[in-house]
Design a protein around this ligand. Structure first.
Ligand SMILES: Nc1ncnc2c1ncn2[C@@H]1O[C@H](COP(=O)(O)OP(=O)(O)OP(=O)(O)O)[C@@H](O)[C@H]1O
Length: 261
């Protein structure tokens, strides 16, 4: 039986002014798995992630969740369905780390907008998961780049949405936290959540993703399992560099970049 589909894009296109940013994207994101969006700078990964999340309106085509156009889902319901982790959290947010992560609970709050015990528990669990329990009361602004990125991930976890979209979630993280995050995403996918993440680290994608989506110049080059998509010839053409992808075991890939002669 085919894998159930969480999200589908059909004939998706996006233009800014008259410039095409994404064209003719047809894609099924399998449910309960990790999909990695890959491609060089400017390929259109963030744009595609935002379209899948319903944060941007397509110029052409449609994104559907369970057959329903994501653009037609009311914002609160959409926020209970999809949690989005942006690439950057801006400076100047006048909140403590706890208050910031508690924003993830907003779509679940009742008429008076107060956190119930269950909401507080969800925030505390998310804080502990990203190892920021000791920073709960400090201002978000005072966190380091990697800590702030973990706070943004915690906010999305607190949102308890079945679909989690993350834009370069490891770009500020140290090596241990990069792998810890990927292991967390694997556990979330095993528990039934659908994870879609933009990654630049091809080895992380090969080691942890179930499904890889390769984008170049606003078009879908290939999608499928890492074994199907992450072939050296294809990656070299897209990334325009003589990379080598070395595989030691079923889940033991690393990248090598030969020095220029
Ligand atoms: N507001 C904008 N105005 C004009 N062009 C834009 C705008 N936002 C994005 N673009 C262009 O759209 C293209 C795709 O951008 P996008 O951020 O989706 O790429 P990306 O693959 O995520 O890149 P990166 O890996 O560098 O983050 C780029 O060429 C970018 O310059």
């Amino acid at each position: 039986m085919a894998d159930p589909i969480a999200l589908s894009a059909r004939d998706l296109g996006y233009r800014i002014s008259r410039k095409p940013i994404l064209q003719d994207i047809n894609l099924d994101i399998p449910a309960g798995s990790i999909s990695a969006l890959l491609g060089p700078n400017g390929a259109g990964k963030t744009t595609l992630l935002k379209l899948l999340a319903g944060l941007r309106s397509a110029s052409a085509g449609v994104v559907r969740i369970d057959g329903i156009a994501v653009s037609s889902i009311p914002p609160a319901e959409r926020a209970r369905t999809l949690a989005f982790v942006p690439q950057h959290i801006p400076d100047g947010i006048p909140l403590s780390v706890f208050e910031f992560i508690a924003l993830g609970r907003v779509p679940h709050l009742g008429a008076f907008g107060r956190l119930a015990a269950g909401d507080r528990d969800a925030v505390c669990d998310a804080l502990e998961t990203v190892e920021l329990g000791d920073k709960a009361e400090v201002r978000l602004d005072t966190l380091s780049g990697g800590e702030r990125q973990r706070a943004a991930i915690a906010r999305a976890l607190a949102q308890s949405a079945p679909i989690l979209l993350l834009d370069e979630p490891t770009n500020h993280l140290d090596l241990r936290h990069q792998h810890k995050l990927q292991q967390l995403l694997v556990r979330l996918a095993e528990s039934g959540k659908t994870v879609i993440e933009v990654l630049h680290d091809l080895a992380l994608a090969a080691n942890y993703a179930d499904h890889v989506v390769l984008i170049d110049h606003g078009r879908l080059v290939a999608d499928g399992s890492p074994e199907q998509v992450m072939r050296e010839d294809c990656l070299r053409a897209v990334y325009e560099c003589p990379l080598r992808l070395v595989r030691h075991a079923p889940r033991g890939w690393h990248m090598e970049m030969p020095q220029a002669a």
